[in-house]
Design a protein around this ligand. Structure first.
Ligand code: PYC
Length: 320
């Protein structure tokens, strides 16, 4: 038998406030062009094994977020991107966009300035600043439901807001849990149960849960713990999660347009953000989130179909 030739995939890894991103530079599937949402459908239907091979063990881990560079449909965009994780795909990813921009800058593909980036849920504008930080002007965001109470198994009633900011979030401000790194197992279990209750009891679309608490740093306004769809927690303050928080603060009238909000992660890493109104009556805002990322690896993945774990070990919820 002639052994099949391995496939090589060039990737660049970075982390944004501790949360990793793996950008696929080349060797990814051809998704046939069109808009990013159309290309996502092809990725999901025909190349899910590639997703798993790039981010899951043994090459990756449950926390890794992948970013497949795709040709943008809109010629004014610097790039198109589809973000993915251990269990599926993300609409948008704030930390991932910051990682992508720093990666493209390292490769010499972009310089400081504004760069439009196409995602399956809309075009975002990322600005690479001269000091290396990156702002992401996210997709229009809004709060869908205020102070929804769900009955959580083994816990009891939990109340939070439902908001869209490129992904769907359930945001819980009042709760008894301390947001410290030594409690991530408990926080993961609690937020997972909250998500199940939220999904079963009214909002099947919610795939991220955020708990908020007092910041540890005097520079920050709030600390969060963010549960991602595949049961990993976000090491960064979560770009789309911070945007969802901004939409809720705007709707509550507790943060003015243009005012800065500093969100601290469970690790203590920070994003700062602000919003401007798109439609005040409808509660729709344009959030911007600023953070920094660091490239920490350039590699060539080897996809060898003779390897029994070539296509990854899917250990997240719903995995084998
Ligand atoms: O930064 O938006 C984000 C994000 C979503 C999931 C993980 N990070």
């Amino acid at each position: 038998m002639t052994p099949s030739r391995p496939r090589f995939v060039r990737v660049v890894d970075s982390h944004t406030g501790g949360e990793p991103t793996r950008v696929v530079i080349d060797g990814g599937p051809d998704l046939g062009g069109g808009g990013a949402a159309e290309q996502l459908e092809v990725f999901r239907d025909q190349h899910d094994a590639f997703r798993s091979a790039v981010v899951n063990e043994p090459r990756g881990s449950n926390v890794l977020v992948g970013a497949l560079l795709i040709p943008p449909e809109d010629p004014t965009c610097a790039a198109g991107v589809i973000f993915f994780n251990n269990v599926g795909f993300l609409g948008m990813c704030g930390h991932g966009t910051i990682g992508l921009v720093v990666t493209l800058a390292r490769l010499g593909r972009i310089s400081p300035g504004d760069h439009r980036i196409e995602t399956p849920v809309g075009t975002v504008t990322a600005t690479l600043h001269p000091d290396g930080s990156v702002s992401v002007a996210n997709v229009p965001s809004h709060r869908k439901a205020k102070q929804v109470t769900v009955d959580v198994a083994g816990i009891g009633p939990v109340t939070g807001d439902v908001a869209w900011a490129g992904n769907w979030f359930f945001l819980v401000g009042k709760h008894p849990w301390k947001l410290t790194l030594d409690r991530v197992d408990e926080l993961t279990e609690v937020t997972w149960r909250i998500r199940q209750a939220v999904n079963a009891q009214r909002f099947p679309e919610v795939d991220h849960v955020e708990l908020f608490g007092p910041p540890h740093s005097p520079d920050a306004d709030s600390r969060n713990f963010v549960l991602c769809p595949g049961k990993a927690y976000d090491r960064s303050p979560c770009g789309t999660g911070t945007s969802a928080k901004l939409a809720c603060l705007a709707a509550d009238g507790t943060l003015d347009e243009g005012e800065s909000w500093v969100q601290e992660s469970i690790l203590g890493s920070q994003f700062s953000g602000s919003y401007r109104w798109i439609d005040r009556a409808a509660g729709i805002v344009a959030p911007t989130v600023i953070g920094t990322a660091h490239v920490n690896a350039e590699a060539r993945l080897i996809l060898d179909s003779n390897d029994p774990f070539c296509w990854g070990i899917s250990s997240g919820p719903g995995g084998a």
